[in-house]
Design a protein around this ligand. Structure first.
Ligand code: G6P
Length: 617
C-alpha cells in the first residue's frame, strides 16, 4: 500500500533511497519515484513500473544530493501513469511530497485550491495534499520561511485533511530538512549517526541503523542530518522512545534462493522454533505467554473469543477456531476485520478479542481492533510486526518472531500464527478440561514440528514434479474437513494469488452440494486427507470426484491406509498429533502453488494487483 522513504545525511541520497524503496516494494509496485534536493531546487524522477525502472534513471543522473524523499506506489486514486506517480510537486515548485494513504476530502480541497490559483497535473489525492501544504506555507503569518514554517504548514494541513496518511515533505526554503507526519498509515524514524531516515517500515533502513522511533498517529517529525524532534498536530512536544530493531539486514537477503517466497517456505522450521522459544512450562505440559495480560482467573471467566483478521491471517483465525474449540472448549467466532467494523456483531460481555496480522499494519484489522476497544473489550494481538501499530494499540499479545516476511504471499507467518493459536488452545485448555498428560502430548507435538516440517520440505522435488503436471489448468478445487477446511482455503488462496489460477476451497463433504458441478477433466482437486476419523469419508469424496473424471492430488498422513491408486498423485506428510496437522498439511500446498507459479512464469514475490501490507480500507 505504498512505501515511503526519506534520507538526510552526508551520503549520496539517491542510492540509499533506491535501496530503501526496493525493500519496501512489497507494499506496492506499480510505479516509483525519487525527489532530490539539488542546489536549492527539487529534482523529481518518477516512472510507472518497478523500482528498478526508476533506479536506472536515478543512477544515470548521479546526483550529489544528500537529501531526498521517495515512493513506491500501489494506486488508489488515479491510474498507473508517470504523472500520478509520487513524489508530487506543488504547483509553485517549492514543496515535494510522498504519501501512503487516502485523503477522503481531496475533491473539495482541490476545488478550494483551484480557486486559489493552483494548477493540478495529476488525478491524485496526494497532489492535493502537497498543494495544500504549499498553500498553508505561503499563507501562514509566521514563522519565517524555513523548517519551522514547513512544520507549521504540515500541522495546519493535517488538521484540514480527512483520511489517512504517512507523508514525507521537503521544501526548497529548508534544503537540509525533512518533515513527516502520520495518521492511520505507518511511519518510523531511523536514527543514525550524522544521518536520519524516515520510512513506512524499518526494513528500508535496517542496514544503516538498528535504532528506530515508531511514530504514533497525530505526530509530526522533523529531521535533519544531526537531529530530530517530534510534536503533535496539537503542537505538543513528544519525548521520543528509541527502540532497537531485533533483526539484521542479512535476514532480509535472498541468499541461495530464487524467490523470497521459496526462502520463507524453507525457513519454517526455524520460524516455528522461534515462535515456541521460552513459551512452554518447565514441566512441558502447557504453554505460557508473557504478553497475554489476563490472569488465570480472568481466562476462566472468558466465555467466548472473537478472532478478526484479513487474508491469510483470517485463515489462521479459522484454524484457531478448530484448535481452540477442540482443546480449550471455548466458543470462537471468526470475523473478517473489514466486516466487523461495520457490523453490529453481538458481543457477550465475557468476550476476549484477538486480532492476527503479520504486518501489524493492515488498516481493516487495526480499525476492527479500535472498534472492539471502543466497545470496551480487551483486544490481544498476534503479529510478526514488532513495534507495529497493532502491536502498540492492543492490550497485550504475542509476537511471532518469524523474521521478516518479504514475499507478498504469506507462508512462514501463516504457519507460525497457527502454531501460536494452537499453543493458546493448549494454554487455555489446561485451565479447563485438558489433562496434564494430554497437555504434555501437545507440547511434544509442537516441539517435533521443526523436524516434521523438514521432512515435508525434503519432498520439494517430488512436489515440484507434481506441480508441473497441473500448471496449465484454469481452475482447481481445494477440499478438506474440520481443521483441514481452513487449510484448503489457504491452499486455494496461495494458488490464486501467485499463479492466477482460479481456485476455491471447500469443506470436502460440501463439494456435493454445489462445487461438484464444476468437476470434469479440466478441474482437478487437491484433497487434504489426514489420518483419523474422517479419512474414509474423504476417500468417498475423492471417489465422487474421480467418477466425474476430475483428477485428484491427495495430501495424506494416513500412510498405508491411503491406497496409492485412490488418487492421481499422492503427497505423503508425517502422521502426527492432530494439533499440528494443519501446519504439516500447509507446507505441500505452499510448495505446490510456488512451483506452479514458477512454471507459469509469474512474478512470485510480487503478484499483480496485490500488496503485502494493505493500509487503506
Ligand atoms: C494483504 C496480503 C495478504 C495478507 C493480508 C493481511 O491482503 O496480500 O497476504 O494475508 O493483507 O495482512 P496482515 O499483515 O494483516 O497479516
Amino acid at each position: 500500500m505504498c512505501g515511503i522513504v526519506g534520507y538526510v545525511g552526508k551520503q549520496k541520497a539517491s542510492a540509499i533511497l533506491v535501496e530503501g524503496l526496493k525493500r519496501l516494494e512489497y507494499r506496492g509496485y506499480d510505479s516509483a519515484g525519487v525527489a532530490l534536493m539539488e542546489s536549492g531546487s527539487i529534482n523529481v524522477t518518477k516512472k510507472t513500473g518497478r523500482v528498478e525502472n526508476v533506479a536506472a534513471s536515478v543512477y544515470k543522473n548521479n546526483s550529489p544530493a544528500h537529501l531526498g524523499i521517495s515512493h513506491t506506489r500501489w494506486a488508489t486514486h488515479g491510474g498507473v501513469t508517470d504523472t500520478n506517480a509520487h513524489p508530487h510537486l506543488s504547483s509553485d515548485g517549492k514543496i515535494a511530497l510522498v504519501h501512503n494513504g487516502v485523503i477522503e476530502n481531496y475533491e473539495s480541497l482541490r476545488r478550494f485550491l483551484e480557486g486559489e490559483g493552483c494548477a493540478f497535473l495529476s488525478q491524485t489525492d496526494t497532489e492535493v495534499f502537497c498543494n495544500l501544504i504549499a498553500y498553508n506555507y505561503r499563507e501562514l503569518p509566521e514563522p519565517e520561511p524555513g523548517a519551522e514554517r514547513l512544520i507549521e504548514a504540515v500541522r495546519q494541513s493535517a488538521r484540514m485533511v480527512e483520511g489517512t496518511y504517512g507523508i514525507a515533505v521537503i521544501c526548497t526554503d529548508c534544503p537540509e530538512d525533512i518533515v513527516g507526519a502520520r495518521k492511520g498509515s505507518p511511519l518510523c524514524l531511523g536514527v543514525g549517526h550524522g544521518e536520519n531516515m524516515i520510512a513506512s517500515d524499518v526494513s528500508a533502513f535496517v542496514g544503516r541503523t538498528q535504532n528506530v522511533v515508531y511514530l504514533d498517529d497525530g505526530q509530526i517529525v522533523h529531521l535533519n542530518a544531526e537531529d530530530f524532534s517530534i510534536t503533535t498536530t496539537g503542537s505538543e512536544a513528544v519525548s521520543p522512545v528509541i527502540d532497537t530493531i531485533d533483526w539484521k539486514i542479512e535476514e532480509a537477503e535472498l541468499g541461495r534462493f530464487t524467490h523470497y517466497m521459496e526462502k520463507e517456505i524453507f525457513e519454517q522450521p526455524v520460524a516455528l522454533e522461534n515462535a515456541m522459544r521460552g513459551r512452554f512450562s518447565d514441566d512441558e505440559s502447557t504453554a505460557k505467554f508473557g504478553g497475554l495480560t489476563l490472569d488465570s482467573y480472568q481466562w476462566r471467566q472468558t466465555d467466548r473469543l472473537l478472532f478478526c483478521a484479513c487474508g491469510t491471517a483470517w485463515h489462521a483465525c479459522m484454524t484457531a477456531k478448530y484448535l481452540i474449540e477442540r482443546y480449550a472448549r471455548i466458543p470462537v467466532e471468526v470475523e473478517y476485520a473489514s466486516e466487523f467494523r461495520y457490523r453490529n456483531t453481538p458481543m457477550d460481555k465475557n468476550t476476549v478479542v484477538f486480532v492476527i496480522s503479520q504486518s501489524g499494519e493492515t488498516l481493516d484489522t487495526l480499525e476492527a481492533l479500535r472498534e472492539a476497544q471502543r466497545k470496551g473489550f480487551r483486544v490481544l494481538g498476534i503479529t510478526n510486526g514488532v513495534g507495529s501499530t497493532i502491536a502498540r494499540e492492543t492490550d497485550g499479545g504475542i509476537y511471532q518472531h518469524a523474521g521478516p516476511e518479504i514475499g507478498v504471499a504469506s507462508t512462514k507467518a501463516f504457519t507460525s500464527q497457527i502454531l501460536i493459536t494452537g499453543m493458546i488452545a493448549l494454554h487455555l485448555g489446561r485451565m479447563r478440561d485438558l489433562s496434564f498428560s494430554d497437555g504434555r502430548d501437545m507440547v511434544r507435538a509442537f516441539r517435533s514440528l521443526p523436524g516434521l516440517i523438514s521432512q515435508v520440505l525434503d519432498q520439494a522435488d517430488k512436489i515440484k514434479v507434481i506441480a508441473e503436471k497441473y500448471a496449465d489448468y484454469a481452475d482447481m478445487l481445494f477440499l478438506g474437513r474440520l481443521s483441514m477446511f481452513p487449510i484448503a482455503l489457504e491452499g486455494a488462496l496461495k494458488l490464486k494469488e501467485i499463479s492466477y489460477i482460479h481456485a476455491e476451497g471447500y469443506p470436502a463433504a460440501e463439494m456435493k452440494h454445489g462445487p461438484i458441478a464444476l468437476i470434469n477433466e479440466q478441474c482437478p482437486s487437491v484433497v487434504l486427507s489426514p489420518h483419523g476419523e474422517t479419512l474414509k469419508k474423504v476417500l468417498s469424496n475423492i471417489q465422487e470426484t474421480r467418477a466425474r473424471k476430475g483428477k485428484v492430488i491427495a495430501i495424506t498422513s494416513a500412510g498405508k491406509d491411503f491406497p496409492e491408486d485412490a488418487a492421481d498423485d499422492v503427497i505423503h506428510i508425517p502422521q502426527a498429533h492432530d494439533c499440528v496437522m494443519p501446519i504439516l498439511a500447509t507446507i505441500p500446498l505452499q510448495l505446490f502453488a510456488y512451483y506452479i507459479a514458477c512454471v507459469r512464469g509469474c512474478d512470485v514475490d510480487k503478484p499483480r494487483n496485490l500488496a503485502k501490507s494493505v493500509t487503506v480500507e
